[in-house]
Design a protein around this ligand. Sequence first.
Ligand SMILES: [Zn+2]
Length: 135
Amino acid sequence: MEFLPTEAKAPEDADVLAPADRRRLRERALVEALERRERSGRAVTGLEDVLRAFNAGQLRRIVLREGFARMGRLCHWCHRPSLHEARCAACGKRTEAVLDVVDTLARLARLQGCRVARLRHEPLDDLRRICGDLR
Ligand SMILES: [Zn+2]
């Protein structure tokens, strides 16, 4: 039996230690589950729909393609991200441009207790590169 120092077994190291094939299989299974959920109306796909669901407080998990980025807008008053809103749809104040609204969304989502998963192997093309799992 191979000995590993205990500090190498922290949960965040699990993906590093696991063979890439195992991660690939896990990602495929996750994507297939999300595709089923989308067909039954329990998940939304595409950045615009994911942002809308997030702003409505409907998401429990966001799954996105690693490296997926888009410019967008952010209301700094109520922290509402959007793709194109020059004025915040919630408070009416002017929004500001953000270089990567996908990253902004991921950070805000985590702060609200929403899980965020980034996929390395699955392109997520059929799910429009980002998917939101509804509560
Ligand atoms: Zn606002």
